[in-house]
Design a protein around this ligand. Sequence first.
Ligand code: 13P
Length: 261
Amino acid sequence: MHHKKPPFIAGNWKMHMTIPEARALISAVVKASPGLSEAEIVLVPPFTALAEASRLLLDTPVQLGAQNLFYEDKGAFTGEVAGPMLADAGCRYVVIGHSERRQYFGETDALVNKKVFAAFRAGLKPIVCVGETLEEREAGRTISRIESQLRNGLAGITADRFAEVVLAYEPIWAIGTGKTAAASQAEEVHARIREKLAENYGKEAASYAIILYGGSVKPANSYALFREKNIDGFLVGGASLEAESFIQITKEAIKAYKEEQ
Ligand code: 13P
Protein backbone atom coordinates (compact mmCIF):
# COMPACT_ATOMS: atom_id res chain seq x y z
CA MET A 1 0.00 0.00 0.00
CA HIS A 2 1.06 3.52 -0.65
CA HIS A 3 1.18 5.73 2.44
CA LYS A 4 1.37 9.46 2.41
CA LYS A 5 4.92 10.58 3.16
CA PRO A 6 5.99 13.81 4.86
CA PRO A 7 6.12 16.71 2.40
CA PHE A 8 9.38 17.20 0.48
CA ILE A 9 9.58 20.84 -0.56
CA ALA A 10 12.42 22.05 -2.77
CA GLY A 11 12.97 25.63 -3.83
CA ASN A 12 14.61 25.93 -7.24
CA TRP A 13 15.91 29.47 -7.39
CA LYS A 14 16.95 29.13 -11.05
CA MET A 15 19.14 32.05 -12.23
CA HIS A 16 18.29 34.36 -9.35
CA MET A 17 19.87 35.60 -6.13
CA THR A 18 23.12 37.35 -5.40
CA ILE A 19 24.99 36.19 -2.33
CA PRO A 20 23.51 38.91 -0.07
CA GLU A 21 20.01 38.10 -1.39
CA ALA A 22 20.61 34.41 -0.82
CA ARG A 23 21.74 35.11 2.72
CA ALA A 24 18.53 36.96 3.54
CA LEU A 25 16.28 34.28 2.02
CA ILE A 26 18.14 31.42 3.68
CA SER A 27 18.09 33.12 7.06
CA ALA A 28 14.33 33.58 6.84
CA VAL A 29 13.74 29.94 5.87
CA VAL A 30 16.06 28.69 8.61
CA LYS A 31 14.32 30.91 11.14
CA ALA A 32 10.95 29.40 10.17
CA SER A 33 12.25 25.83 9.99
CA PRO A 34 11.48 24.78 13.60
CA GLY A 35 7.80 25.32 12.74
CA LEU A 36 8.14 23.25 9.56
CA SER A 37 9.75 20.16 11.05
CA GLU A 38 7.31 17.71 9.41
CA ALA A 39 8.66 18.69 6.01
CA GLU A 40 11.95 17.94 4.29
CA ILE A 41 13.13 21.26 2.90
CA VAL A 42 15.76 21.60 0.20
CA LEU A 43 17.07 24.91 -1.13
CA VAL A 44 18.54 24.92 -4.62
CA PRO A 45 20.52 28.15 -5.17
CA PRO A 46 22.69 29.00 -8.17
CA PHE A 47 26.26 27.63 -8.04
CA THR A 48 27.69 30.98 -6.95
CA ALA A 49 25.70 30.95 -3.70
CA LEU A 50 26.25 27.29 -2.77
CA ALA A 51 29.26 27.72 -0.52
CA GLU A 52 27.65 30.54 1.44
CA ALA A 53 24.35 28.65 1.59
CA SER A 54 26.12 25.58 2.90
CA ARG A 55 27.74 27.64 5.64
CA LEU A 56 24.38 29.12 6.69
CA LEU A 57 22.60 25.75 6.58
CA LEU A 58 25.18 23.93 8.69
CA ASP A 59 23.49 22.35 11.72
CA THR A 60 20.02 23.24 10.45
CA PRO A 61 17.42 20.76 9.15
CA VAL A 62 17.35 22.51 5.76
CA GLN A 63 19.21 20.67 2.99
CA LEU A 64 21.13 22.01 0.04
CA GLY A 65 20.87 21.09 -3.64
CA ALA A 66 22.40 22.27 -6.91
CA GLN A 67 20.58 22.94 -10.18
CA ASN A 68 22.80 20.93 -12.50
CA LEU A 69 26.09 19.06 -12.80
CA PHE A 70 28.34 17.71 -15.53
CA TYR A 71 28.64 13.97 -16.08
CA GLU A 72 32.44 13.76 -15.78
CA ASP A 73 34.02 13.97 -12.33
CA LYS A 74 36.83 16.34 -13.34
CA GLY A 75 38.81 17.49 -16.34
CA ALA A 76 39.09 20.03 -19.13
CA PHE A 77 35.41 21.02 -19.37
CA THR A 78 35.48 24.79 -19.10
CA GLY A 79 32.41 26.23 -17.48
CA GLU A 80 31.07 22.95 -16.11
CA VAL A 81 30.69 21.87 -12.49
CA ALA A 82 31.33 18.29 -11.36
CA GLY A 83 29.46 16.16 -8.83
CA PRO A 84 32.37 15.95 -6.36
CA MET A 85 32.58 19.77 -6.38
CA LEU A 86 28.91 19.99 -5.44
CA ALA A 87 29.33 17.46 -2.68
CA ASP A 88 32.34 19.45 -1.49
CA ALA A 89 30.24 22.64 -1.52
CA GLY A 90 27.78 20.96 0.85
CA CYS A 91 25.10 19.69 -1.54
CA ARG A 92 23.11 16.54 -0.88
CA TYR A 93 20.83 16.85 -3.90
CA VAL A 94 21.19 17.86 -7.51
CA VAL A 95 18.43 18.68 -10.00
CA ILE A 96 18.91 16.84 -13.29
CA GLY A 97 17.09 17.26 -16.59
CA HIS A 98 15.04 20.29 -15.66
CA SER A 99 12.84 21.17 -18.63
CA GLU A 100 14.72 24.48 -18.99
CA ARG A 101 17.96 22.52 -19.44
CA ARG A 102 16.27 20.26 -21.96
CA GLN A 103 14.68 23.18 -23.81
CA TYR A 104 17.48 25.77 -23.87
CA PHE A 105 20.59 23.63 -23.52
CA GLY A 106 19.62 20.61 -25.57
CA GLU A 107 19.74 18.08 -22.74
CA THR A 108 18.53 14.69 -23.84
CA ASP A 109 17.40 11.66 -21.87
CA ALA A 110 20.77 10.05 -22.63
CA LEU A 111 22.58 13.01 -21.08
CA VAL A 112 20.23 12.96 -18.10
CA ASN A 113 21.09 9.31 -17.62
CA LYS A 114 24.84 10.02 -17.56
CA LYS A 115 24.29 12.83 -15.07
CA VAL A 116 22.26 10.58 -12.78
CA PHE A 117 25.20 8.16 -12.61
CA ALA A 118 27.58 11.07 -12.00
CA ALA A 119 25.40 12.20 -9.09
CA PHE A 120 25.52 8.70 -7.58
CA ARG A 121 29.30 8.56 -7.88
CA ALA A 122 29.49 11.82 -5.93
CA GLY A 123 27.06 10.62 -3.27
CA LEU A 124 24.41 13.12 -4.37
CA LYS A 125 20.72 12.35 -4.63
CA PRO A 126 19.40 13.25 -8.06
CA ILE A 127 16.10 15.09 -8.44
CA VAL A 128 15.20 13.95 -11.95
CA CYS A 129 12.69 16.08 -13.82
CA VAL A 130 10.21 14.84 -16.40
CA GLY A 131 7.29 16.54 -18.09
CA GLU A 132 5.43 17.07 -21.32
CA THR A 133 5.03 20.13 -23.54
CA LEU A 134 1.62 21.64 -24.23
CA GLU A 135 1.77 20.20 -27.73
CA GLU A 136 2.42 16.71 -26.40
CA ARG A 137 -0.41 17.03 -23.91
CA GLU A 138 -2.84 18.19 -26.55
CA ALA A 139 -1.83 15.33 -28.81
CA GLY A 140 -2.55 12.82 -26.02
CA ARG A 141 1.13 11.97 -25.70
CA THR A 142 1.68 13.01 -22.06
CA ILE A 143 2.05 9.53 -20.62
CA SER A 144 4.13 8.11 -23.45
CA ARG A 145 6.48 11.10 -23.26
CA ILE A 146 6.97 10.70 -19.54
CA GLU A 147 7.39 6.96 -19.78
CA SER A 148 10.15 7.38 -22.32
CA GLN A 149 11.84 10.05 -20.18
CA LEU A 150 11.78 7.63 -17.25
CA ARG A 151 12.89 4.62 -19.27
CA ASN A 152 15.81 6.39 -20.93
CA GLY A 153 16.72 8.84 -18.18
CA LEU A 154 16.86 6.11 -15.55
CA ALA A 155 18.24 3.35 -17.78
CA GLY A 156 20.53 0.93 -15.98
CA ILE A 157 19.53 2.03 -12.50
CA THR A 158 18.87 -0.85 -10.15
CA ALA A 159 16.06 -0.88 -7.58
CA ASP A 160 18.65 -0.33 -4.83
CA ARG A 161 20.03 2.70 -6.53
CA PHE A 162 16.59 3.94 -7.45
CA ALA A 163 15.85 4.42 -3.74
CA GLU A 164 18.14 7.48 -3.87
CA VAL A 165 16.27 9.13 -6.75
CA VAL A 166 13.69 11.86 -6.29
CA LEU A 167 11.42 12.44 -9.29
CA ALA A 168 9.80 15.71 -10.27
CA TYR A 169 6.88 15.88 -12.65
CA GLU A 170 6.86 19.34 -14.17
CA PRO A 171 4.46 19.87 -17.06
CA ILE A 172 6.30 22.41 -19.20
CA TRP A 173 3.13 24.38 -19.91
CA ALA A 174 2.70 24.97 -16.16
CA ILE A 175 6.21 26.32 -15.46
CA GLY A 176 6.39 30.04 -14.82
CA THR A 177 3.08 30.50 -16.60
CA GLY A 178 0.78 30.74 -13.61
CA LYS A 179 -1.08 27.76 -15.09
CA THR A 180 -0.85 25.09 -12.45
CA ALA A 181 -1.98 21.64 -13.41
CA ALA A 182 -5.27 21.01 -11.63
CA ALA A 183 -4.63 18.78 -8.63
CA SER A 184 -6.49 15.92 -10.30
CA GLN A 185 -4.57 16.44 -13.57
CA ALA A 186 -1.25 16.28 -11.74
CA GLU A 187 -2.39 13.28 -9.70
CA GLU A 188 -3.30 11.37 -12.84
CA VAL A 189 0.27 11.63 -14.10
CA HIS A 190 1.81 11.00 -10.67
CA ALA A 191 -0.26 7.82 -10.27
CA ARG A 192 0.87 6.64 -13.70
CA ILE A 193 4.52 7.38 -12.84
CA ARG A 194 4.21 5.34 -9.65
CA GLU A 195 2.66 2.43 -11.56
CA LYS A 196 5.51 2.54 -14.01
CA LEU A 197 8.03 2.59 -11.17
CA ALA A 198 6.32 -0.45 -9.62
CA GLU A 199 6.75 -2.31 -12.90
CA ASN A 200 10.42 -1.37 -13.07
CA TYR A 201 11.58 -1.50 -9.46
CA GLY A 202 8.88 -3.37 -7.57
CA LYS A 203 5.89 -2.19 -5.59
CA GLU A 204 7.78 -1.41 -2.42
CA ALA A 205 10.39 0.81 -4.06
CA ALA A 206 7.61 2.55 -5.98
CA SER A 207 5.66 3.24 -2.80
CA TYR A 208 8.71 4.81 -1.16
CA ALA A 209 9.61 6.89 -4.20
CA ILE A 210 9.27 10.63 -3.74
CA ILE A 211 7.44 12.16 -6.70
CA LEU A 212 7.33 15.96 -6.64
CA TYR A 213 5.06 18.21 -8.63
CA GLY A 214 6.43 21.43 -10.14
CA GLY A 215 4.81 24.21 -12.14
CA SER A 216 3.32 27.37 -10.65
CA VAL A 217 3.06 25.96 -7.14
CA LYS A 218 1.79 28.74 -4.87
CA PRO A 219 0.48 29.02 -1.30
CA ALA A 220 -3.06 28.93 -2.74
CA ASN A 221 -2.70 25.56 -4.50
CA SER A 222 -0.23 23.75 -2.26
CA TYR A 223 -2.87 22.24 0.03
CA ALA A 224 -5.05 20.82 -2.76
CA LEU A 225 -2.06 19.42 -4.63
CA PHE A 226 -0.56 17.79 -1.55
CA ARG A 227 -3.91 16.21 -0.67
CA GLU A 228 -3.55 14.05 -3.77
CA LYS A 229 -2.42 10.54 -2.99
CA ASN A 230 0.66 10.38 -5.21
CA ILE A 231 1.99 13.92 -4.81
CA ASP A 232 4.80 13.81 -2.25
CA GLY A 233 5.93 17.42 -2.42
CA PHE A 234 6.93 20.21 -4.71
CA LEU A 235 9.71 21.67 -6.80
CA VAL A 236 8.90 25.35 -6.47
CA GLY A 237 10.32 27.98 -8.80
CA GLY A 238 9.07 31.56 -8.65
CA ALA A 239 7.33 31.25 -5.30
CA SER A 240 10.55 29.98 -3.68
CA LEU A 241 12.26 33.34 -4.21
CA GLU A 242 10.36 34.92 -1.36
CA ALA A 243 10.58 33.41 2.08
CA GLU A 244 6.97 34.18 2.89
CA SER A 245 5.44 32.29 -0.04
CA PHE A 246 7.91 29.41 0.20
CA ILE A 247 7.20 28.99 3.91
CA GLN A 248 3.45 29.25 3.33
CA ILE A 249 3.58 26.57 0.61
CA THR A 250 5.37 24.32 3.09
CA LYS A 251 2.83 25.05 5.83
CA GLU A 252 -0.10 24.25 3.54
CA ALA A 253 1.48 20.93 2.55
CA ILE A 254 2.12 20.09 6.21
CA LYS A 255 -1.52 20.88 6.99
CA ALA A 256 -2.68 18.50 4.24
CA TYR A 257 -0.20 15.87 5.48
CA LYS A 258 -1.41 16.07 9.07
CA GLU A 259 -5.01 15.61 7.96
CA GLU A 260 -4.03 12.33 6.33
CA GLN A 261 -2.53 10.93 9.51
P1 13P B 1 7.55 27.92 -11.29
O1 13P B 1 7.14 27.50 -9.89
O2 13P B 1 8.11 29.27 -11.36
O3 13P B 1 6.42 27.65 -12.27
O4 13P B 1 8.75 26.93 -11.70
C1 13P B 1 8.59 25.57 -11.57
C2 13P B 1 9.90 24.92 -11.79
O5 13P B 1 10.39 24.84 -12.90
C3 13P B 1 10.62 24.42 -10.61
O6 13P B 1 11.74 23.68 -10.99
